[in-house]
Design a protein around this ligand. Structure first.
Ligand code: HSE
Length: 306
């Protein structure tokens, strides 16, 4: 095989209670990438459609991740990456993770799959670190493994795939402003009061238990963020109102998607998710801010060959 075309999905990180460790994979939005073998060694970026992104292999998230893989697995020749970028950078739904994970997944396919999906995270993380200034795998893990994932350690990349209750449907509203992860991380405090930490790990533990037991009520009670949301909420127009509207309309929970500005909600069933989307968007209609709304099931497969 000399060429492979893949779909690499968007994802929601943090999921309120699991900053930098929890995430889930979406299926209705993602990028398409084509990776081809080349005679010359190394990684080059070919065509990029959809967004303005650097073609310099040292600055593009996809080629940086791909080069990390090739460093560990030398091969004759190299690879060219073409990207149809449908996930907007700085939107909060794992744009850089999709590029980084997609690149290493596609090359692994062309090499005859020497690595498992879990092992690919260690290479993809080089791309994610370039984009956000920190090595965290909470978007990469769901893209590569599918479903919900927990990163027990971002240092050793000890990653656990979690079950996905089948009725969960995500609503994502993306106000069209760009918020770079590197900036929304820079405003975070380095220390958290013990009381808040206790609440947060109580919620994270309960959330994970709820995934295993299909307990939607417990899931709902656990989608709380006492640590990060209070600091970041000010960056997102009408955040509090939109989150409240989602919950009042029946969402199990709602919060900042990744580092924002997108806001996500999880609901039980598609009908509920659509009602929630209608309620969320009224606030941006009122102030005339452009936005996009996505509805998605939980993508249990992750990145895939097309
Ligand atoms: N956990 C990350 C953050 C996700 O919130 O900064 C975005 O990369």
């Amino acid at each position: 095989m000399d060429q492979v075309k893949i779909f690499t999905p968007a994802s929601v990180a943090n999921v309120s209670c699991g900053f930098d460790v929890l995430g889930f994979c979406l299926d209705s939005i993602g990028d398409v990438m084509k990776v081809s073998r080349t005679k010359n060694k190394g990684v080059t970026i070919g065509i990029i459609n959809g967004q303005e992104l650097p073609k310099d292999p040292l600055k593009n998230v996809a080629s940086v991740a791909a080069s990390a893989l090739l460093k560990a697995h030398p091969t004759i020749g190299g690879f060219q990456i073409d990207i149809e970028k449908r996930i907007k950078p700085g939107s909060g739904i794992g744009s850089s993770a999709a590029s980084a994970a997609g690149a290493v997944f596609a090359i692994n396919e062309l090499l005859g799959k020497p690595y498992s999906r879990n092992e690919l995270v260690q290479y993809a993380i080089a791309g994610e670190s370039l984009a956000s200034g920190a090595a965290h795998a909470d978007n990469l893990a769901p893209v590569l493994l599918g479903g919900f994932t927990l990163v027990r350690s971002n240092k050793t990349l000890d990653i656990i795939k979690l079950p996905s209750p089948k009725d969960l449907v995500a609503t994502i509203i993306h106000p069209k402003i760009e918020l770079k992860t590197i900036h929304s991380r820079a405003i975070l405090k380095n220390e958290i009061p013990l009381k808040k930490a206790v609440e947060q790990w109580g919620n994270l533990g309960a959330f994970i238990s709820a995934l295993y037991t299909n307990d939607y009520e417990l899931l709902s009670r656990s989608m709380k963020d006492k640590v990060i949301e209070p600091t970041r909420a000010i960056l997102i127009p009408k955040y509090k109102e939109i989150k409240q509207a989602a919950i009042d309309t029946g969402a199990l929970g709602s919060g900042i998607s990744g580092s924002g500005p997108s806001i996500y909600a999880l609901s039980k069933g598609e009908f509920a998710a659509k009602e929630v989307g209608q309620a969320m968007k009224t606030y941006y209609d009122e102030i005339g801010l452009d936005y996009e709304v996505h509805y998605s099931n939980i993508n249990n497969e992750g990145v895939r060959v097309l």
